[in-house]
Design a protein around this ligand. Structure first.
Ligand SMILES: Nc1ncnc2c1ncn2[C@@H]1O[C@H](COP(=O)(O)OP(=O)(O)OP(=O)(O)O)[C@@H](O)[C@H]1O
Ligand SMILES: [Zn+2]
Length: 602
């Protein structure tokens, strides 16, 4: 009661009633999700569903404060829901253990929510929720954090940019092959070599190193590299032999380095590498250490001495080779930062390579972070992002209730902190949809079908075409499967069921010329009580689409992205510095000037 009064003073009685009545979905109950669920439960939201595919791990407890030791191995979703209900028994919170991409979470299921919050950690799931929310006409509050950086934004189909409106760069970083294989200069080069090359060649499914697209390797160098790989593949066959570690060591830190050294031009302007000798290091290690190595006792936070790296390399190589020999299924192992022998192998190998090339040494802890592409999660960043999400969510619902556009009150908020600036939140107006977006420039409709064994594909098209303009000769696709097009009409007389189309399927119907008629995406569902035959829903919810603007070269935007989160720091720095001089392209509405307000919160 007291809480309701306080909330009414803050937001007004009408908004409070609206929050209590709105069913909301939180996807992801991890770092951001836990903070968010706790906030939502205390902010007047009464009907909360938390969805997460994972169970609670020890490593989550340092920042996912709804979880305690007693909850280890329990589902995050149900545990989080129970925790927020304990804080506020007046709410109804349900947890669902599941992957948001599961077929059971249909567009119909999404449409039962008034608002969705994403608290995810990967692009694929974010993309999926974006598409489902567009199809269900449900607004989405999207978030992401990486270290001290964070971003919160609002996606409302038709009036704002969607998650796909701007291109996303591939998640994987690449490096020039020559740098990794022959001339490393940074610790990360040594880690990539240890993990993606040596580990993969000896114990995994050997694959070429991830290389820069534009990385052209001279023919003779390429041949040399292939020869090196062949020799390593041959050597890998000796995995069961007792001297396996010695053989690998002698090749990669001895012979291969001496061969590189023979190319004097290569080292004219660089520090030349220094080969390591197995016998000498074995002698030095024996002189230093009494008894066998205890790998678990190796200091995590200190760089390894070369003798220790040598001993750890031999130990890990033996363990992984044994595992390979003993495995029943061909033995290919994939690197997992939490698999200790794999981590020891990569850490020791990277350290030895750093000694060879005179590169700064890193600790096992640092190498684990580099190898696992780990950016440390910062609990306070998650907490700030979660707070901003609730503010955005409440503002969005209030705007919608008043029939006002969300883009006039909501914003994209960036959290940007680094040593060069005070900790700050930056506000940016929501951008309009990209008129060329392949995901939100679609008319999303729900088609309810009574009997999937009777309705044919052609019948479906005639029914839909009778209610909305589809535009000329049609093609119909489901995912990557073409069901029909002007040159392939065999399926038109087939019942949907015989084509494997049932409730939950999504069909995209496009006319020949999608510049005049925006493609229709049909989410297929069963009939509601009292309905018969086929029913098309959502026509009134489809936004207006203008004609496609002329394509201009300046209109092409490319944004550096990692894990679905824009790398905001430098971008913001640039915008802040040039905020009064942003170029505006007259041809492209997505390029319209965006002012950035800086709010210092320190
Ligand atoms: N497809 C999905 N469906 C449901 N939940 C998902 C999906 N993908 C990711 N998640 C959940 O989103 C949450 C993201 O939270 P967070 O970024 O804190 O990751 P984490 O796995 O808890 O921590 P870390 O990766 O740092 O160990 C996780 O709990 C994860 O299980
Ligand atoms: Zn879009």
């Amino acid at each position: 009661m007291r809480q309701t009064t306080q909330l009414s003073q803050l937001f007004g009685a009408e908004t409070v009633a609206q929050l209590a009545a709105t069913r909301i979905l939180v996807v992801g109950a991890g770092g951001i999700g836990c903070e968010l669920l706790k906030n939502l439960g205390a902010s007047g939201f009464h009907r909360i569903v938390a969805l997460d595919l994972d169970t609670i791990d020890l490593s989550n407890l340092n920042r996912q404060f709804l979880f305690q030791r007693t909850h280890l191995s329990q589902p995050k979703s149900t545990t989080a829901a129970q925790a927020i209900t304990r804080f506020n028994p007046g709410i109804s919170a349900e947890g669902i253990l599941g992957n948001v991409k599961d077929a059971r979470f249909t567009v119909d299921w999404f449409s039962r929510f008034g608002l969705v919050f994403n608290a995810l950690d990967n692009l694929e799931a974010r993309r999926h929720v974006n598409a489902m929310c567009l199809a269900a006409h449900v607004p989405l509050v999207e978030s992401g954090t990486a270290g001290h950086l964070g971003q919160v934004t609002v996606i409302d189909g038709g009036s704002t940019e969607c998650f796909e409106c701007r291109p996303k760069a591939a998640e994987r970083r690449t490096y020039p092959v020559c740098t990794i294989r022959s001339t490393p200069t940074a610790p990360v080069h040594c880690v990539v070599w240890a993990k993606d090359y040596l580990f993969a060649q000896l114990f995994g499914a050997a694959a070429p190193l991830p290389s820069d697209a534009g990385d052209v390797v001279a023919a003779d160098v390429a041949e040399e590299l292939r020869e090196e790989e062949r020799a390593l593949a041959e050597l890998a066959e000796a995995r069961g032999r007792p001297d396996f570690a010695r053989r690998v060591f002698a090749k990669v830190f001895g012979r291969d380095v001496r061969r590189l050294l023979a190319n004097e031009h290569m080292w004219a302007q660089r520090r030349a590498p220094e080969p390591l000798e197995y016998d000498e290091l074995a002698r030095r290690w024996a002189g230093r250490q009494q008894g066998a190595l205890d790998p678990a006792a190796v200091a995590e936070h200190e760089p390894m001495a070369v003798e220790l790296a040598f001993a750890l390399f031999c130990h890990a190589t033996e363990v992984l080779a044994q595992r390979h020999v003993m495995s029943a299924d061909g033995g290919a192992q994939t690197f997992d930062k939490d698999d200790l022998p794999a981590l020891w192998f990569v850490a020791a190998t990277a350290s030895l390579r750093s000694y060879v090339f005179g590169i700064t040494q890193r600790s096992i802890f640092d190498i684990k972070a580099i190898a696992g592409n780990i950016i440390p999660a910062v609990a306070t960043t998650n907490a700030i992002a979660a707070g901003l999400m609730v503010v955005q969510g409440i503002t969005l619902l209030a705007q919608k209730r008043g029939g006002r556009p969300v883009d006039s009150a909501c914003c994209t908020a960036y959290l940007a902190y680094n040593a060069r600036r005070p900790r700050s939140i930056l506000r940016e107006p929501l951008a309009p949809p990209n008129p060329r977006c392949p995901v939100c420039r679609r008319r999303y409709l729900t088609l309810r079908v009574g009997d999937f064994s009777k309705v044919t594909l052609g019948g479906l098209l005639r029914f839909v075409g009778g209610q909305v303009e589809l535009g000329g000769e049609l093609s119909v696709v489901e995912g990557s499967r073409i069901l029909s097009d002007p040159d392939y009409e065999d399926n038109l007389e087939a019942p949907l069921e015989s084509l494997g189309i049932s409730e939950g399927a999504m069909l995209t119907v496009a006319g020949e010329d999608d510049t005049c008629c925006v493609p229709v995406v049909l989410s297929l569902a069963g009939l509601r009580e009292g309905q018969e035959g086929m029913v098309l829903e959502g026509v009134e919810l489809v936004p207006e689409f203008g004609p496609l603007p002329e394509q201009t070269e300046e209109g092409e935007e490319s944004v550096e992205e990692e894990d679905g989160l824009e790398l905001v720091a430098d971008e913001l720095e640039k915008r802040r510095l040039t905020r009064d001089a942003q170029p505006v392209s007259p041809d492209d509405s997505t390029n319209k000037k965006r002012a950035v307000d800086v709010v210092t919160i320190d």
